[in-house]
Design a protein around this ligand. Structure first.
Ligand SMILES: Cc1ncc(COP(=O)(O)O)c(C=O)c1O
Length: 396
């Protein structure tokens, strides 16, 4: 989680003094404009649009990509509910896809879930763990699908030298309080597609084309909703962007140090990573649920079993499971070609993996020595928990 402090406080003061707080009330050099061009440069992408949330970024990206009624959108069984709710907001339906041991969407199950109605895949880079983007992009090319990356939980992470979020047709980021860039609430869409960008800009600003949202793009006018951010968020974002690289460096250092202790001294098994040289999301996997529960119980500070973060597991997404929509006639499920299966039987492998896996915080805001100590303690506690087993009859 990125810290907010004095620098953000100082950055918002001139914005308040100027009285120009709204998105399009300021000058060309407004905080939001500055952030968007700096973010595009830092992330190696042509267009960035700041919006009010990561959820808004996903919805605007899907709307801008032309996803709608009758379309199926593939989403992983392990993600925040917003990933699955976003397709519904544009009239499409989410189709659940298994994760694999990397905790990210399983390319093999993507292939099994594709139907003639599939239009897009939303790979989610969960908890700073990046997806197998080569495999996903290959499938998308082979089957003519769009890829909208959900990089809300992995802002700044890279996959084979490219920032996640910039690899697919569009990417969505969240800047809420728990993310790598934190301005309380906020988000962004990135894309290299001029037309998608123009449509996203119109969509996020009730189609207000008189603000020049159609620059350089031959896109017909569309109405939209209001997902605009304020210049207060812009001022904070500029400070947070400067903090991102050092923070990711601290994450990496702690990941490396802790991973070494956990594996070499503790014999623990880490989840596989799709870009091991840049991994920052630390997770250990066990053979059984009981072992994972025991490890989490012994290390309450800094460890939790992934399944116990229930809201990120599809079987806890009540509003989606019930297939209820805001109005009975505004119902994407009625426009879908087939019924959707959101039962526990839909993704049993994901549930099994999530029950056997623990997330370990890398504590980027704590000293490295302290995090090393924490890892050693986890290993020591584990050897103590295994000791009675090793000496009990029949198990020696
Ligand atoms: C994977 C994922 N997708 C989307 C979102 C939505 O972001 P926001 O809370 O900014 O709307 C989140 C936020 O928690 C998330 O973790």
């Amino acid at each position: 989680m990125a810290k907010v402090g004095l620098r953000e406080w100082l950055a918002i003061a001139p914005v308040i003094a100027s009285g120009r707080l709204s998105r399009y009330g300021g000058s060309a050099g407004s905080p939001l404009n500055r952030f968007e061009s700096d973010f595009s440069a830092a992330f190696g992408v042509q267009h960035t649009l700041v919006v009010s949330s990561g959820t808004g970024a996903l919805i605007a990206a899907l709307a801008a990509a032309g996803i709608g009624p009758g379309d199926e959108v593939l989403v992983p069984a392990y993600t925040w509910i917003a990933t699955a709710a976003a397709p519904l907001a544009v009239g499409a339906v989410p189709v659940l896809v298994e994760i694999d041991q990397s905790l990210t969407i399983d390319p093999a199950d993507i292939l099994r879930k594709i139907t003639p109605n599939t239009r897009a895949i939303i790979p989610v880079h969960m908890a700073n763990v990046v997806c197998d983007m080569d495999a996903i992009m290959q499938i998308a090319r082979d089957h003519n699908l769009l890829v909208i990356e959900d990089a809300c939980q992995a802002v700044g992470l890279t996959y084979k030298g490219r920032k996640v979020g910039t690899i697919g047709d569009a990417g969505a980021y969240s800047f809420n309080q728990f993310k790598n860039i934190n301005v309380g609430e906020g988000g962004a869409i990135v894309t290299n597609d001029d037309q998608l960008f123009a449509r996203a800009r119109m969509y996020h600003d009730i189609g207000a084309v008189f603000r020049g949202h159609l620059d350089n793009a031959n896109a017909p006018l569309i109405p939209g909703i209001n997902l605009k951010a304020s210049q207060i968020q812009g001022a904070m974002l500029n400070v947070q962007l400067k903090k991102l690289t050092p923070m990711l460096r601290r994450m990496r250092q702690r990941y490396e140090a802790m991973a070494d202790i956990l594996t070499s001294r503790g014999g623990l098994r880490l989840i596989p990573q799709h870009d091991a040289a840049n991994a920052a999301g630390l997770h250990v996997v066990f053979d059984t649920e009981e072992e994972a529960c025991d490890f989490a119980a012994r290390n309450k500070r800094g460890v939790h079993r992934v399944y116990d973060s229930s809201r990120h597991v599809y079987t806890f997404w009540q509003p989606i499971l019930e297939q209820r929509t805001v109005h009975p006639k505004l119902n994407p499920y009625a426009w879908a070609a087939r019924p959707m299966d959101y039962s526990p039987k839909a993704c049993p492998r994901s549930l099994d993996i999530l029950k056997r896996t623990c997330r370990i915080t890398v504590g980027e805001n704590y000293p490295l020595a302290f995090m090393r100590y924490m890892a050693r303690r986890m290993v020591k506690d584990r050897s103590m928990s295994l000791a009675p087993l090793a000496t009990s009859p029949g198990l020696s």
